[in-house]
Design a protein around this ligand. Structure first.
Ligand SMILES: [Zn+2]
Length: 346
């Protein structure tokens, strides 16, 4: 009896969630796009703190790119409502970001981030200095024993430590990984039934440690997201990757991540995260901080969104079985994405 009373509210909210999810799935139209500038305010994100670096912060880069992306999308898709999560340097928790997306009934959620890798520390000698040391000698024995300290000078090298910028550069696409292994993820992408979600808490990032990832509603959201939106998310990620490939910078493909990507699976819509470039790489950091670089990324994403929109809206309306209704095009995209899918994170 206790079980029933405890479970009833949860089941009610669950069925409401599933109902709204199904209802939202019906129209194959791209009406609203949410653009999320990653981090913000007290959450600085990654830092370009290496020798020769600009010392820029991810939150500022993501905001600049987001603002350009919003402008570009509005210019090229005037009939689509574009909703930025933030347009200034403010802090929003991941649930707040997800709430903005869900409240605006977005059909697509695009997160803008910049990548970073742990930097190696280098050391070099920058000079020498004189150091006084003491030679200790003893004279006498027993109670008459005396300590004698004789100073002498030595020349010692002086070193300086510095962070070495990373080699890795380029743009990569990230999806919320519903499962730990890519095999399992592919199984979900083929819609071969639901499995238990495993959601890890992100203890590295202060912005995420407030969330209890074990709550059933979050697990359920992850499950629904994986089943309903994964194909569309992959499709958009593929298009963005292809557009980046046409530029002079490396397109690093589609990846999945377990941690710190909570905001993607908490949105009731297809969602992708763009790691625009490495803020820890000399060339990428300059690119990410330049007007030209920011604009190029905004245009790549906009072209990809237009292709996604055209494909989405040219499909025949889905019938009752939307959950397993994958067009041939979707299957093809899925196949190719599966081939490229890398299971490694960083
Ligand atoms: Zn980030």
């Amino acid at each position: 009896m206790d079980m029933v009373t405890l479970r009833a509210p949860f089941l009610l909210s669950l069925s409401l969630f599933l109902f709204t999810t199904l209802a939202a799935q019906q129209p194959r139209m791209l009406k609203t796009i949410i653009v999320d500038a990653g981090h913000g305010g007290k959450d600085y994100g990654a830092h370009g703190a290496y020798e020769g670096g600009l010392g820029s912060y991810e939150k500022n880069v993501t905001l600049a790119i987001s603002n350009k992306l919003v402008a570009e999308l509005r210019r090229q898709l005037p009939d689509v409502k574009i909703v930025p999560t933030r347009t200034t340097d403010i802090y929003q928790s991941p649930p707040e970001k997800a709430e903005i997306a869900n409240n605006n009934k977005g059909d697509l959620f695009i997160c803008i981030h910049a990548d970073a890798v742990a930097l190696k520390t280098g050391r070099r000698q920058i000079g020498t200095r004189e150091e006084t040391r003491h030679k200790i000698t003893y004279t006498g024995k027993g109670k008459k024993k005396k300590k004698k300290s004789t100073p002498y000078t030595v020349t010692v090298p002086v070193y300086e430590h510095f962070k070495i910028g990373s080699q890795r550069r380029g743009t990569s696409m990230w999806l919320f990984a519903a499962h730990k292994t890519s095999d399992k993820l592919k199984a979900v992408m083929r819609n071969e039934g639901e499995e238990d979600m495993e959601i890890e808490t992100d203890t590295d990032s202060s912005s995420y440690d407030q969330i209890d990832f074990s709550q059933p509603e979050y697990k359920m959201m992850a499950s629904v997201h994986a089943n309903r939106y994964q194909l569309k998310s992959i499709k958009l990620a593929e298009f963005i990757d292809q557009e980046v490939e046409k530029t002079e910078r490396p397109a690093l493909g589609i990846n999945q991540r377990q941690k710190g990507i909570w905001v993607l699976q908490a949105t009731n819509m297809p969602a992708v995260l763009v790691e625009t470039g490495f803020i820890t790489n000399y060339h990428d950091e300059r690119y990410l901080n330049s007007d030209e670089g920011q604009q190029e990324i905004a245009e790549c994403i906009t072209r990809a969104v237009k292709r996604y929109k055209e494909q989405l809206e040219s499909q025949k309306p889905a019938g009752a079985s939307t959950a397993t209704d994958n067009s041939r095009a979707e299957q093809q995209v899925l196949k190719e994405a599966g081939k490229q899918m890398k299971s490694e994170g960083h």
